[in-house]
Design a protein around this ligand. Structure first.
Ligand code: ADP
Ligand code: MG
Length: 253
């Protein structure tokens, strides 16, 4: 008998307010393990805030977040990383003065560096291989000695994904992974993420503006509008909804 694993992410009744502005208003989201799920919606809909709540960067005012069946609502962000959550930001956060390779190594140190076992066990040396693999996975091997500041926007975003990947997450959060990329870089990134998902079967939750990207990657869509979920479903079905077209698709085409 096989048992179904718990959902990778389960957000229930989440409310998040910023100084009287309700960014998330009773949001529900369920992402089954192994799914590529996209959260779409216009600017200011609450997508990045929802990611911050899932990653543990913001504590919700109400509601709960479960990751792989575990209630993490009050768990700190760095502990969620250990529980298998890694994220890349809408605006890539990399160390401009460091090389590509150093940035990915720093991601490992940031995740494990407070552990004595890491340092005494030669963690840095043992990190070399996963670092090289993450760079290969994102096709950054040739650029590994380049300073991050010299990268194109697309390469920088891919570097940030590599910094998340090196942690071998079970859940990868990508906030607008193709923001600021050229159409060629966008297409290449979609392919890389798709390949990655095919290899690893990890759960990917992404927000995206570009509908081509969404339809190229996501198996399920959730539409957010003004902090509330308008609907969740199959991309082909969601796309045809009149209300979705009105608030989002209509506005972008
Ligand atoms: N740290 C913050 N402080 C105050 N308001 C915020 C903060 N983060 C987001 N907001 C507000 O919450 C709403 C949702 O923002 P956001 O989650 O960034 O939307 P999206 O990512 O969909 O564009 C917006 O009105 C935004 O101004
Ligand atoms: Mg955003």
């Amino acid at each position: 008998m096989t048992t179904t694993p718990p959902p990778a992410v389960e957000v229930r009744n989440v409310v998040k307010r910023f100084a009287g502005n309700t960014a998330l208003d009773d949001v529900e989201l369920t992402v089954p393990a192994g799914q590529v799920h996209a959260v779409i919606g216009p600017n200011g809909a609450g997508k990045s805030t929802l990611f911050a709540v899932i990653a543990g960067e913001h504590r919700p005012d109400r509601g709960t977040v479960h990751i792989a069946g575990q209630n993490v609502t009050s768990m700190a962000a760095h502990r969620r990383v250990k529980a298998g959550v890694a994220r890349a930001f809408q605006v890539a956060r990399v160390f401009a003065e460091m090389t590509v390779e150093e940035n990915v190594t720093v991601a490992v140190v940031a995740a494990h560096g407070t552990s004595r076992v890491f340092w005494s066990g030669g963690g840095l040396r043992r990190a070399r291989r996963p670092v090289a693999e993450a760079l290969e996975e994102m096709r950054l091997g040739d650029l590994r000695k380049r300073q991050a500041r010299a990268l194109s926007q697309g390469d920088r975003k891919r570097l940030e994904i590599a910094m998340a990947l090196v942690l071998e997450p079970k859940l990868l959060l990508l906030d607008e992974p193709t923001a600021g990329m050229s159409p060629e870089e966008t297409a290449a990134t979609v392919e890389l993420v798709h390949e990655l998902w095919t290899h690893t079967g990890l759960t990917v939750l992404l927000t995206e503006h570009d509908m081509q990207v969404v339809f190229g990657l996501a198996q399920q869509l959730t539409v957010l509008n003004r902090g509330t979920v308008l609907c969740t479903g199959d991309p082909a079905v969601v796309r045809e909804r009149e209300d979705v077209r009105e608030i989002y698709l209509g506005a972008s085409t």
